[in-house]
Design a protein around this ligand. Structure first.
Ligand SMILES: Cc1ncc(COP(=O)(O)O)c(C=O)c1O
Length: 447
């Protein structure tokens, strides 16, 4: 057969070049997750496919817990549902002792449905409808107050039910080097948070049990968390001194970096993400500001999201077409796009072939399947020659993708969890057209 014509082009090869930090890593294929072959999973469950390692979830959880428990006597991890609320992921963490951290009535119900006792739920977020507040109050959940109107809403439920709601005040505060997330909670420096505490204490209808802050996400400098911890600790001292209220917990939220590489970041995320131990050192140093007898130190609550779960998942995709762009750059069209990998807007995701490949790597742009210009998973990544049907594996995709994915143009694929001893199971089945159509109704006049 006559070979197909391919337009000639001159391509600058970058792989293996030195930079001031040494030689670039060579691409090794990613073929297995905990001993289970990705190719077998894709054959059975289709492509694209999210694959989650339960072993990695558990080991990251233990690493986080131990890093803090070594430095602080009482530590609680509350799993941040919005980061990944696939039931099997949440259950894995709950079995290891995690409480739940939720930010909506939907997430609250999901946690209850997974068997989390209501009094082991921290409820954050700016939107808390009255009926959901009532369920949380009746269940004894910890409601983190976001705004002054919420105080009135919660007190109304207290009056109606005759119960004493358990609350925390969410505080936003300034730390060097991090833009303030001042839209959530009440500001510390301006005195807003202090006024809220005075108001709560004077109202005497709720039990003020804790303080909360979440300074931001993917914070690469652990001293930022240390500053926040010190400020919360000093505020707790003040509340004790002025109102005689002993807080049972201080919640530092989430915000630790995962090993992903931010767009525009020169070094790889694996080189820059601080260890849990470094965050723990900094936070526990800050908490040393607490002026309390050892027996009374509050529980340190962590709502770590992406740093716990990112590493545990990969997304396997398949090359659907190959292209040469007008500027000579090679392009691949994949069956997974930003509809599944929302985080591709912020990260240069680590991606590797799932099979041995030969030939010189060359800069390649990775497009998804959407008929949308924004559907680009990598602008330029050095990859060896790839053919139709070859697989690519995106690593560190466990956080925010299985919750922020879009049902847009395409259906969402299956999610598989790999357990111990080579077991694997579908933990979220692939969507079908019928699933989506089942939400719709046809008005009588169009039938
Ligand atoms: C209140 C709260 N807690 C925890 C998290 C988890 O954050 P991260 O994934 O940065 O650890 C978030 C995320 O934005 C949050 O808003």
């Amino acid at each position: 057969m006559k070979p197909e014509y391919a337009r000639p082009g001159i391509v600058r090869h970058q792989m293996g070049m030195m930079n001031k930090f040494g030689r670039q890593q060579t691409l090794r294929p990613v073929t297995h997750v905990d001993g289970v072959a990705l190719e077998d999973l894709v054959r059975e469950h289709g492509s694209p496919l999210f694959v989650i390692s339960q072993r990695t979830l558990a080991s990251r959880y233990r690493e986080l817990y131990e890093a803090f428990a070594r430095r602080w006597p009482r530590v609680r991890i509350a799993w941040s549902y919005k980061t990944n609320y696939v039931g099997a992921v949440c259950r894995t963490f709950h079995k290891l002792g995690a409480w739940a951290e939720v930010v909506s009535p939907f997430e609250y119900d999901k946690a209850i449905g997974l068997g989390v006792p209501a009094d082991r739920i921290h409820w954050n977020g700016p939107y808390k409808p009255d009926d959901a507040i009532e369920r949380a109050v009746v269940g004894g959940s910890l409601i983190h107050i976001d705004n002054l109107d919420e105080i009135v809403r919660i007190e109304r439920v207290a009056a109606k039910t005759g119960l004493r709601p358990r609350v925390a005040v969410r505080v936003n505060l300034a730390v060097e080097g991090v833009g303030a997330w001042s839209r959530f909670g009440l500001n510390l420096e301006s005195g807003q948070a202090r006024e809220a505490v005075v108001r709560l204490v004077a109202g005497d209808r709720v039990a003020l049990e804790g303080l909360h802050c979440h300074i931001g996400t993917f914070i690469l400098d652990p001293t930022a968390h240390g500053q926040a911890a010190a400020k919360l600790a000093r505020f707790a001292n003040e509340i004790r001194r002025d109102h005689g209220v002993k807080l049972s917990f201080l919640d530092l939220g989430g915000g630790f970096a995962s090993p992903n590489t931010l767009k525009g970041q020169y070094l790889s995320g694996e080189q820059t993400a601080p260890s849990f131990a470094r965050y723990a050192d900094s936070i526990c140093d800050g908490l040393a500001e607490l002026d309390l007898p050892a027996a009374e130190v509050p529980t340190l609550v962590l709502e770590t999201g992406r740093a716990l779960v990112d590493e545990a998942a990969v997304l396997v995709s398949t090359v659907h077409a190959t292209k040469r762009m007008p500027d000579g750059q090679r392009a691949l069209v994949l069956d997974a796009g930003v509809n599944l990998l929302f985080t591709a807007f912020w990260y240069n995701h680590d991606v590797a072939p799932a099979q041995e490949s030969r030939g010189m790597p060359e800069p390649t742009v990775l497009y998804g399947p959407l008929c949308m210009n924004i559907d680009v998973l990598r602008d330029s990544v050095a990859l060896p020659p790839m053919a139709i049907g070859d697989r690519l594996v995106f690593r560190n995709v466990g956080a925010y993708n299985m919750t922020q994915w879009m049902q847009f143009i395409a259906l969402r694929p299956a999610v598989v969890m790999v357990g111990s001893e080579g077991r694997s199971a579908v933990v979220r089945r692939a969507e079908k057209v019928e699933d989506l159509v089942s939400y719709e109704a046809m008005p009588e006049w169009l039938r």
